[in-house]
Design a protein around this ligand. Structure first.
Ligand SMILES: [Zn+2]
Length: 360
């Protein structure tokens, strides 16, 4: 197999000192992706530093300079749509509409494996996921931003791994979101909302107004519950999810976050509450109209664009050293390398390199 570039100095030992392993490993991963892009004849300008996956209401990103569209093939079929790669300041940003432009894919139909594979192939190390959600807490008002720190997966039947078919891998997923990107996203979101006409509310103070027009809060912690859908929750489900202490409910955070971890990508989410799910007593709840929800979606998309613009305007360190995301596959492959079929190893070489044991 010729997928991996020759290591400096030839056959260097795979397990060198732990402290030095990370940048070397990341550089090798980037070089491997570049080699595969070249083999697929993708243009060099398709290389990205970060990726943005836009959810309901966010189907394009404005302000991308020198933008091109790429449709990279993957072992898991085509991604949801073309990825649009362009520059914001010093950063190459790849944007992907999760449901496709025009919103043509159900949450259950989104090709999550192909999407995360394509992002890894373009070289992006960090992924910002934008999701429209229902609030499950009094403290989270419509149009508030939740940057979740935990996730509960209640989806079923969706492929949630790149592995299988002869290779077994188990990645650590105790902390499903990258702590470094999470902190950066929350800080930038706070600054963006501070500048908006309504201003920012302290996340600890309960909202006095749930119309979506009052001051907005950024919640730095909270659990995102992924439900299968596509129907919204029943009142009993909303009560159950609230009793579990969930902050927001959406339909796409899983398996997206799991696949990002398997692809060794830093992944964090901007979850925008667009409504109160259905947990309020209908007699007390303000009438939620389609118009209100659409207005909240549009406002949330505008905030998401501003957060991406601000975050990308500052150069991001190319090495990701403050978190363990880029080492997620180290020691994760349980299968005896001698039992892995060479064709299957070759298919997953973007992730595993020349060592299906996952240690390269
Ligand atoms: Zn990370």
């Amino acid at each position: 197999m010729s997928a991996a570039p020759p290591p400096a100095g030839g056959g260097a030992p795979r397990r060198s000192r732990q402290a030095a392993a990370s940048p070397t490993r990341q550089a090798a991963a980037r070089a491997r992706a570049a080699e595969i892009r070249a083999r697929l004849r993708l243009p060099t300008s398709a290389e990205a530093d970060i990726a943005v996956i836009g959810g309901s209401g966010l189907y394009e990103l404005d302000g991308l300079e020198d933008a091109i569209e790429v449709r990279p093939p993957t072992p898991f079929g085509p991604p949801s749509d073309a990825l649009v790669v362009g520059s914001i300041g010093p950063t190459r940003v790849a944007f992907l509409a999760r449901h496709g432009r025009g919103h043509v894919l159900l949450p259950s139909e989104v090709p999550y494996q192909a999407n995360l594979w394509a992002i890894r192939l373009l070289g992006a190390g960090r992924v910002i996921a934008v999701s429209a959600c229902g609030s499950l807490q009094e403290a989270v008002a419509p149009r508030d931003v939740v940057v979740p720190d935990q996730l509960v997966d209640r989806t079923h039947g969706r492929p949630a791994t790149f592995f299988g078919a002869g290779i077994v891998a188990h990645v650590a997923f105790a902390d499903p979101f990258c702590p470094e990107l999470h902190a950066r996203l929350a800080t930038v979101a706070e600054a963006v909302i501070e500048r908006e006409p309504g201003g920012r509310r302290d996340a600890a103070s309960p909202p006095t107004d749930r119309s979506g027009t009052g001051p907005r809060a950024v919640h730095r912690a909270g659990t995102y519950l992924a439900m299968e859908g596509p129907a919204f929750s029943t009142r009993a489900e909303a009560a159950l999810h609230r009793s579990w202490g969930m902050a927001v409910v959406g339909m796409t955070g899983a398996p997206e976050a799991k696949l990002a971890r398997e692809a060794e990508l830093c992944y964090a989410m901007l979850a925008f509450a667009t409504d109160d799910d259905c947990w309020r007593d209908p007699a007390e709840a303000e009438a939620v109209t389609v118009g209100t929800v659409l207005a909240n979606l549009a406002a949330s998309a505008a905030t998401a664009r501003a957060v991406v613009r601000d975050l990308a305007a500052e150069p991001l360190p190319s090495a990701r050293g403050a978190c363990a995301c880029a080492r997620a596959l180290e020691g994760a492959v349980a299968t005896d390398p001698r039992r892995i079929h060479p064709a299957r190893a070759a298919e997953l070489s973007l992730l595993l390199g020349d060592s299906p044991g996952g240690a390269s």
